[in-house]
Design a protein around this ligand. Structure first.
Ligand code: HEM
Length: 184
């Protein structure tokens, strides 16, 4: 099913999961690494083209939020854009985590791909990460990698955010994954 949105076509719409998500992070409240199940709601709205000279991008306006249990406020949110360049097969995911982090992750995928991986690395010239001065000192994001798998009426992601945290000598793998089902 090739379209101008390429592999992003299958993500258009509204999605949710019921406790299918799993986050692994260091909890400051508990002073240890916790595995936390979560619910999630994701929205992707298509737009395009966006023209940069000869480049024609088609994108998805992206929002996600995750909740533990029945709490009112999400414990993690992201807003941003996912973009596809049909001429080169470049896929981009640019988003903000409201801890004061921006990520522009990129990779390549064919128009009909049902699985693709995007990466960003702190300090890299191309696909990179920006963060605030507190995080740079205490919990710096060294790299981000996500693999997206698109199925029939579902899609999944697995992501690995590598942090240099003051609590650990070795880089810490802050991981997340979920499978979303079509809500609308
Ligand atoms: C599904 C996605 C994610 C969820 C559910 C999530 C959730 C969490 C949780 C629960 C914490 C621990 C906070 C605490 O107790 O102190 C945390 C910490 C953190 N997360 Fe995430 N996170 C996600 C994705 C990301 C991504 C994509 C990034 C960056 C690219 C990121 C960067 C961080 C950083 C830097 C911290 C450490 C803050 C600190 O130690 O002071 N997270 N996250």
């Amino acid at each position: 099913m090739a379209s101008e949105w390429g592999p992003l076509e299958g993500l258009i719409g509204e999605w949710e999961s019921d406790k299918g998500g799993l986050d692994t992070a260091f909890s400051h409240a508990e002073g240890k690494v916790l595995g936390t199940p979560y619910n999630e709601k994701v929205t992707f709205k298509p737009f395009g083209p966006v023209d940069n000279g000869d480049q024609h991008l088609f994108g998805l306006d992206y929002k996600t939020a995750m909740w533990r249990n029945d709490e009112e406020n999400p414990f993690h949110t992201e807003v941003g854009y996912w973009l596809y360049d049909g001429a080169t097969g470049e896929v981009l995911r640019g988003f903000v985590v409201p801890r004061g982090i921006t990520v522009l992750a990129g990779g390549k995928a064919s128009a009909d791909a049902t699985e693709f991986t995007l990466r960003a690395e702190k300090g890299a010239p191309l696909y990179t990460i920006g963060e605030n001065s507190y995080l740079e000192k205490n919990a710096s994001t060294l790299s981000y990698e996500v693999t997206i798998t698109i199925g029939d009426g579902t899609w999944s992601y697995k992501e690995d955010t590598v942090l240099k945290m003051k609590e650990f000598n070795e880089p810490f793998h802050h991981t997340d994954g979920n499978t979303l089902s079509k809500a609308k």
